[in-house]
Ligand binder design. Sequence first.
Ligand SMILES: O=C1O[C@H](COP(=O)(O)O)[C@@H](O)[C@H](O)[C@H]1O
Length: 227
Amino acid sequence: MHEFTERAALAKALSDYIGAALAARVARDGMASLAVSGGRTPTDFFEELSTRDLPWSKIAITLVDERWVRETSDRSNAALVRHHLLRNRAAGAKFVPLANDAPTPEAGLFAVNEALEDLSWPLAAAVLGMGDDGHTASFFPGGDHLDEAIDPAGSLGLIPMHAPAAGEPRITLTLPVLLAADALALHIEGEGKRAVLVKAQGEGPATDMPIRAVLRAPRPLDIFWAP
Ligand SMILES: O=C1O[C@H](COP(=O)(O)O)[C@@H](O)[C@H](O)[C@H]1O
């Protein structure tokens, strides 16, 4: 657990952490991939990371999950990445969105999977967020494909998700893909999210608070929190 008194300090430390993972993978393989979350939390982190001196032309960025909306929607995680991360030095990175013009995630799944083949796998780094209901990525309580998505031995890398609290249809990377990342971070801010984290660290089914599937995985998870 990395705790900060200021959100700006968190953004710098998380950028150091992710930047180191990306640089190490580029040094080893000549390329690296990063998956980031959407929502409201990552804006400051994205803007800080975008200024870092990294080999961006060798780095591909995708999302951990996406709402199945057009990029003109203010709900689009891809739009958030384009506005706040793919700028400054990071403007040279390749971006592979998780949504396309198909009417549903099921209809668009094949094309997204094909586009993701351009990334280098496993991910060098993944940054997760967490909702107040304990969802992470689009692993929502009550999700129609939740069991498959959080199966650590599952064979799928990308899966559609429909859930009562999700707002719109979703598409998400699955747990095994996220757990395979060289560096895995959970980025949360505010006292409310900290209380949700403490609750998730207690007992109970992972399907009630799907972040538990990550917290209980046998691999390191770096949690970044600021008030
Ligand atoms: O819907 C989503 O929510 C979570 C949490 O978002 P936040 O607004 O509470 O930061 C996010 O991690 C996920 O990527 C997004 O699709």
